[in-house]
Design a protein around this ligand. Structure first.
Ligand code: TRP
Length: 331
């Protein structure tokens, strides 16, 4: 089938993926494979801007990619999965783009300013160049569509602008990508307050066993005003209920809504039902993950083949870029 264009997306290696990653990105990555040629990249170089713990990058790359493959990202369908640093042309393109990257704009980006606030002891040059490297990722593969969360909007806009600037100065070589913002339910952690994240340890890992899922779901914070079993609850403020809306059949969601408001059902029972549906939903994932991890080389083989195929595109595009810019050819 003729595809609609080329998707590129990147994610920092964060190890085992959780429900927030799944609902916010992975689910969408999987679905896009039907209509687009897809390239998914583990951005290990980007990770160096914030990571203290670089010794764990290999493990976190392995675990993340294993989860991606188990969730249905499928190299057999033509999807390229690779590690950013395995295709070093991206650093060349980053350097070239940095020469036309407006410094004032980079300094004003909200994402940069937030990092400066978060890690005042480590305000490095790479942090400022982060969006330039991201633009290089996308432009190096001439991606037409970039699925990202709303939090990446300013980076995507920056990418589009720098591509336009490049093409204006050097000719129409690069492709201006469209952002495709993933509509995601805001996925809260088991604390019911913060966004689900590994660093806050309020997450539920996709690779959890059924027992672990029950235990984590049991810890979920519900409507704080519902203190006794006999108190009526408010599903609209309850994080367990928002999860029901995603994983539980609609008829049963209606029933739970009613039973919660009338104190017909308690939180323990309500969580048990949710955990049951979640466990069932993730059963194929757990099976595939177990099967794929029987061969410890499988993930690395996929990444090797991914890097090989990505390199074919990257070497072609970087030559076009250097040529357009006017760098003397090596003879
Ligand atoms: N900046 C993205 C994030 O923090 C990760 C990223 C790097 C990316 N390069 C990319 C996303 C290219 C999309 C396309 O989540």
């Amino acid at each position: 089938m003729e595809k609609k264009g080329r998707v590129f997306s990147g994610a920092r290696p964060t190890g085992r993926q959780h429900l927030g990653n799944y609902l916010g990105a992975i689910r969408n990555y999987v679905a896009l494979q039907d209509e687009y040629d897809c390239i998914y990249c583990v951005v290990d170089l980007h990770a160096l801007t914030t990571l203290q713990d670089t010794q764990r990058l290999r493990e976190w790359t392995y675990e993340m990619v294993l989860d991606w493959l188990a969730a249905g990202i499928d190299p057999e369908r033509g999807t390229i999965v690779f590690v950013q640093s395995h295709v070093p042309q991206v650093t060349e393109l980053h350097t070239i783009l940095s020469m036309i990257a407006p410094l004032g704009k980079l300094l004003r980006l909200p994402t940069y300013k937030e990092k400066v606030r978060q890690q005042p002891e480590n305000v490095n040059y790479g942090l400022l160049g982060y969006p330039v490297l991201m633009a290089a990722d996308i432009a190096l593969y001439k991606a037409t569509v970039v699925p990202v969360g709303e939090d990446q909007a300013s980076h995507l806009e920056f990418t589009r602008e720098i591509v336009r600037t490049f093409n204006y100065h050097f000719g129409p070589v690069l492709v201006e990508p469209q952002a495709k913002y993933t509509e995601t339910p805001r996925v809260l952690g088991i604390d019911g307050v913060n966004k689900m994240s590994k660093s806050l340890n309020n997450h539920i890992e996709l690779a959890s066993s059924p027992e672990e899922i029950y235990a984590r779901v049991h810890m979920m914070v519900t409507d704080p005003q519902r203190q006794r079993r006999s108190d009526p609850g408010r599903p609209e403020v309850c994080n367990v209920f928002s999860m029901h809306k995603i994983f539980t059949p609609p008829e049963q969601v209606k029933q739970i809504d009613h039973d919660c408001r009338t104190a017909g059902i308690g939180c323990v029972e309500c969580k048990r039902i949710f955990a049951g549906h979640l466990i069932e939903h993730l059963a194929p994932f757990r099976e595939r993950r177990a099967r794929l991890s029987q061969d410890p080389d499988y993930v690395w083989n996929v990444l090797r083949e991914g890097a090989r195929r990505a390199s074919v595109i990257a070497s072609q595009v970087i030559e076009e870029v250097k040529d357009a810019v006017g760098l003397p050819k090596r003879r």
